[in-house]
Design a protein. Structure first.
Length: 134
């Protein structure tokens, strides 16, 4: 019974990830129109959406969310800034190492935020822990 609840939670989380990811993707494009670079946004919004609808927060949800967030951020970067030599996605993925350090850091931060949101590593999730005696 526990695994079917986990599958339902992951399925709901994936719906939330799709919604959050779409919001993050389009918000990135909108903010880019104002010449601001918010590459953290797609991944973080995806993770927030996943966590909101999944209900349960655990490591599996965090890993799924982080992997999806990394993929979305790379897709977003490619759609807005493909390489001049070849604009294909395959070429872009083979040359990720040529992205600027700021871009790579922002993609990583967005993915970490996605993991953090969906895994439940927040102070508010610790309210069930018993008080520590000193």
């Amino acid at each position: 019974m526990q695994s079917s609840n986990q599958i339902i939670g992951i399925t709901r989380g994936l719906v939330g990830a799709a919604i959050g990811g779409a919001v993050g993707y389009f918000a990135f494009g909108w903010i880019l129109n104002y010449r601001l670079y918010a590459m953290i946004l797609p991944g973080a919004a995806l993770g927030f959406g996943f966590a909101t609808l999944a209900g349960e927060r655990n490591t599996v949800n965090g890993i799924i969310s982080a992997v999806l967030a990394t993929g979305l951020a790379l897709f977003t970067e490619w759609k807005h800034f493909p390489f001049d030599a070849d604009e294909s996605l395959g070429f872009f993925l083979r040359h990720i190492h040529k992205l600027t350090p700021v871009t790579l850091i922002m993609i990583a931060v967005g993915s970490v935020l996605a993991y953090w949101s969906a895994s439940g590593n927040t102070r508010s999730s610790r309210h069930d822990d018993p008080p520590q005696s000193t």
